[in-house]
Write a new protein. Sequence first.
Length: 629
Amino acid sequence: MRRRIGTTLATLGVAAGAYAVVASGVLGSGTGALGGAVQDLLTPPAAAAALPAFDDCEQLRRWYVRAALPHVGPWGLGWPVPTDVGRPTDVRRLDAAAPRTAADSPEDAVGSSGTGTNVQEQDVDEADVAKTDGRLVVRVAGRELLVTDVSGDRPRELSRTTLPGPLLDRPELVLHDRQVVVVGDEPRPWHGGRPLLEREDPGTDFVPRQLRDAHARVTTVDLTDAARPRVTSEHSVKGGAVSTRAYPDGSVRVVVTAGYPTFRFVQPGLDLDARVATRMNQDIVRRAPVGAWLPDVRTGTERQPTDCDDVRHPRRPSGFGTISVLTLDPVDPDRLDVTAVAAAGDLVYSSARRLYVATAEAGGTAVHVFALHRDRTSYVGSGSVPGTVRDRWSMDEHDGHLRVATALGGWEPRENAVVVLTERDGRLVRTGRVDGLGRRERIMSVRWFDDLAVLVTFRQTDPLHTVDLSDPTRPRVLGELHVPGFSAYLHPVGDGLLVGLGHDATAAGSDLGAQAATFDLRDPARVRRVATLDLGEHSGLTADTDPRTVTYLPARRALLTTVQDWRTARSRVVALHVSPRGGLTESGSWPLDSTLYGALGRPAEPRALPLDDGRVALVAGDVRIVRVG
């Protein structure tokens, strides 16, 4: 077995209650030795030496302890107990810019990835609850990997394979050349209602096996013989799985985040004052060994901890938490590379050559950039943007620059901005900024093109803002369109048209139900709303929270999305036909069985996976094939 653990461990961190954004990517689509060599030549030297290293494990341990102590109280560390990551569940200056992978302009239509998922970047696939290669549909149901033949008009189940280990929480998978990687969290045991941090044994402060931190499990399966799949590896890493990406060269990256370590803290009670409990808990943290803070990877019974020699840190502490990025080749899954970053994170944005970690801090968001080589990850530099970054769709890189849409002023922002960062001499420098977008409104959705950004903000009406980014040093607002309601997701369908999926609303901001709308971007300074289509008075869209539930078929000019009826608790997949001039009509509708459930009793997440000739595999508990005209 060949494994490299802890090639870079940068202590970045986040204060209690804050969030972070993790963006993971790999090298471009060049394959083979020559392609990799070219990519290495195009990647500027990383500034790893600029990131100070720890002298030894004791210095690293003290760094973590100092970061943790301000968050220790009478109930323990970071009380209330931090939950696992809730979203599956995301800047560059290069000597040669990586190829653009999203829509270059509003004239370009964006379809699904090669495995059927609506992704943010077209050459970087994203994990999902179901995948297809055009002939097979692969999904996880309970502890089983299900493979279905969808090459004909009727689906035919080929195999059910029991996955090793426990039933996973929120399992997702990627598929590449008949190789499957399944990623999910091992559920924590139930403790009969007792607090997780209860102290059971006064003789030791550290947790027994049944109370240890959550672990993410990564399992690879070979589908060369789809009727007889073969499990080829299983790994477990401390923390909760955030997101998984697959790349054209066959590599897969899994981002895992771990919050506060789990200790058996004391708790205040009739015989223990809160101030005394706080001091006792602080003492527990002070005496915690370095291994309590660091990630580890388990393969079967083998455990591989992170080496302290590989630990690095920024010039000033900014909290703590640990993100681990696992890189593996499903064909050779035992060759595993792990990069650990001491920071909290729950959003992933993937680019071709850079890994970005953005950490909330006082007054803004810190951004740390790492270079991605074929077999290692190295720190390059850091910078910051003001305000709060909403989600991974709020970040984009183009032509050597990171563009970030950010809210200034917290949950109820006073305004929003687009900030441009450029990589210079080991730092991310602010080289452009435009403010004044959506005053006292929240960012609801963002779509990026080469030289154009489209932002939707909302409070009572839906201003759609267009921003000119042709000069990254001087971004400027081109225009604003005010219409009722808002678009929670924007999708380019070609011909200068953008489809917005969201909600209609009254002039006072009251929700009138789900709505689709088309916008004409051919003149970005004078955007027009061409058409709207109401989808039900008491309805909502899964695209509001997960754009992976959207599918666009460019050849059919059909956009598929899931509509939920709040009165009946039923759902349906609708096909919306978008005419070349932007007209909207409903061209198909297929009800979903709302009684079907996925793992751990959660409702099955519907997906519409494009096949061929207008055929679509609808996956929601079962698999069926429909045709879109």
